[in-house]
Design a protein around this ligand. Structure first.
Ligand SMILES: N[C@@H](CCC(=O)N[C@@H](CS)C(=O)NCC(=O)O)C(=O)O
Length: 206
């Protein structure tokens, strides 16, 4: 890839980890720039003007162009590789799971991890506290749907790992941090190890 690649990130974020994991599996080097989201470092006028007007990480920088949104950044890295199926239906099916991840999985599984491990359950606003039961049951429903889909298959789409697996792995493998019990989802639990055995696999805390 000709462009120098820079990942603007907060390392502990699963959304950022997805991009690092995709790059690692593809053998691509990334320069990493860390922003402390707990200190509002992605909300400064400089960040909003120069990196992402949406005030969030990850943002992948390719040369002088910027790609916010984790799954778009993963796609940029993996387009044309085996992590994106050549078959048209399977490619759309991969995108289906990546959109689903952002709408049904991440807002529940990742948010409870963040509230539990970063904000602290005692520090939630009344509005956040009121959302806890709904987020818990929506997160459990997401894990149950993954479990059902994985019954009898090794990967989310087709017969090989794709970006759908990477996008879903990022927050699923640390779902316990948000109080979810992965042992209740045997299909999901069994799917983690083959991802971790892929050549180039990078752990979240590396
Ligand atoms: N849909 C976005 C979500 C990005 C997002 O929510 N990033 C969080 C960290 S995981 C963030 O930057 N939070 C800091 C803030 O909102 O100020 C993606 O997939 O990249």
């Amino acid at each position: 890839m000709a462009d120098g690649l820079i990942l603007h990130e907060y390392s502990a974020s699963g959304n950022c980890y997805k991009v690092r994991l995709t790059a690692a599996l593809l053998g691509l080097a990334l320069e990493r720039r860390e922003y402390d989201i707990m200190k509002g470092e992605t909300r400064t006028p400089e960040f909003l003007a120069n990196v992402n007007a949406n005030g969030r990480i990850p943002v992948l920088q390719a040369g002088d162009r910027f790609i916010p949104e984790s799954n778009a950044a993963c796609f940029y890295l993996a387009d044309g590789t085996a992590l994106v199926p050549a078959d048209r239906f399977e490619r759309a099916d991969m995108l289906r799971w990546m959109f689903w991840e952002q709408y049904n999985h991440e807002p529940n599984v990742a948010t409870l991890r963040f509230w539990n491990g970063w904000v602290g359950l005692d520090n939630l606003t009344d509005g956040q506290r009121a959302q806890l039961p709904a987020k818990r049951s929506a997160g459990e429903a997401a894990l149950a749907l993954m479990d059902e889909h994985l019954a009898g298959r090794g990967w989310f789409v087709g017969s090989a790992p794709t970006l759908a697996d990477i996008a879903l792995y990022a927050y699923t493998h640390v779902a316990g941090d948000g109080g979810f019990r992965l042992e209740d989802y045997p299909g999901v639990s069994a799917w983690l190890a083959p991802i971790e055995a892929l050549p180039g696999y990078l752990p979240m805390d590396a």
